[in-house]
Design a protein around this ligand. Sequence first.
Ligand SMILES: Cc1cc2nc3c(=O)[nH]c(=O)nc-3n(C[C@H](O)[C@H](O)[C@H](O)COP(=O)(O)OP(=O)(O)OC[C@H]3O[C@@H](n4cnc5c(N)ncnc54)[C@H](O)[C@@H]3O)c2cc1C
Length: 433
Amino acid sequence: MSRHAPGHDDGPHTSGGPPPGGRYDALVIGGGIIGLVTAWRAAQRGLRTALVDPAPGGGAAWVAAGMLAAVTELHYGEQTLLGLNMASARRYPDFVAELEEASGQDVGHRACGTLAVAFDADDRAHLRELHTFQQGLGLESEWMTGRECRRLEPMLSPGVHGGLRVAGDHQVDPRRLTAALLTACERAGVAFHRDRAERLLLDGDRATGVELSGGTRLAAERTVLAAGSLSGRLAGVPEDVLPPVRPVKGQVVRLSVPERYAPFLSRTVRAVVRGGPVYLVPRENGELVIGATSEELGWDTTVTAGGVYELLRDAHEVVPGITELPLVETCAGLRPGSPDNAPLLGPTALPGLLLATGHFRNGVLLTPITGDVMAEALISGELPPEAQPFTPQRFMAPPNTGPAPAATPSPGSAAPSPGAPGAAHSPAQEQHT
Ligand SMILES: Cc1cc2nc3c(=O)[nH]c(=O)nc-3n(C[C@H](O)[C@H](O)[C@H](O)COP(=O)(O)OP(=O)(O)OC[C@H]3O[C@@H](n4cnc5c(N)ncnc54)[C@H](O)[C@@H]3O)c2cc1C
């Protein structure tokens, strides 16, 4: 595998042409945040890297709220995933500093914390239980009375009866993060092929690159499939290696806070209203993001009147003053969901093919650690220890015994059982992000 120093100009990498010899070291399919961070880190480590996407820099991050919510997103049975989420959250400050330096762009990282509030006795009981669970895991969260919550956030409804303050759950602006990653990739010498990957190329039992929709063939030592919710649809990938990801639609509403109302909220506020989660994420630039629905409707990204109505209705219960704010945008995106809500990272059973997908509701949070572990896997062929529970092989059938993903403990569920909290596909398991 040939290497070159970051930024070293020994080939037409930024023009989209193949490197001398015609073969990339690493080829990434998909230019959402996960593909971009993988390509950036690979190029930084000296790999001749290409990225294929008709529209890099779009994807789910264009819609995402950008909560870095390792603690408030904790679900029962997802303790292993929590470990990865916390590890990525710890890397965020350094990651942001390095990316801002590399791109010359501000990514809107805000160390503002999160407040999860309760309205009635049931909510309070639920949050109290969550608090105990969090404390049992050594996580930092602090119980607050309704009055203390309103002292922190005066715009909260008088109906708030208590809440959990999580000082370490921050936020970043995913649109800015994506734009910065694009620039950092370009500066690190990643070759962009603005086209769709049509088919994985195989030579015997080895992945050797991709064919683009225009017919061009790109050869690569290692190919990373990072196509988000479409990762399970690429032609040419053997059936037993195809990642089991599915699209989970989320609708979001964006309001803006005029100067005269600032600061409207000082931190992310989240709540469960009528059994459904809602969050309000205030950005430094005056934007207020309200999300999100969670819908299993295939690849549909229609913004519906019902979705927007529910979001505004529930957010209004939490912060009645939102009705005064200008509505600037509605949008919908697709989370790449996996059977255990955890990502699939690293080598597959097909030599030459790696996965970086299935990040579901935590893709923004998991961006720093994904870049690091994927670069390591591309170079050494091995996943670092912190990522080993997330190997795609956990879903692969052992030879001749048929599919048996439920037989092995999975990172999303310490003790998986059908219908247990934390199992995917359960309509009762509403997701927050
Ligand atoms: C409403 C909503 C709110 C969210 N909020 C949060 C949050 O607060 N915090 C958080 O951490 N996460 C959040 N997420 C999740 C996060 O946005 C995703 O996990 C993450 O963006 C997934 O990134 P990705 O790069 O894997 O996939 P995508 O963003 O889906 O990117 C995949 C890319 O692959 C490309 N592609 C697909 N097929 C091909 C092909 N054949 N050839 C070439 N390219 C292809 C697409 O064009 C696309 O650019 C949210 C998501 C949604 C929808």
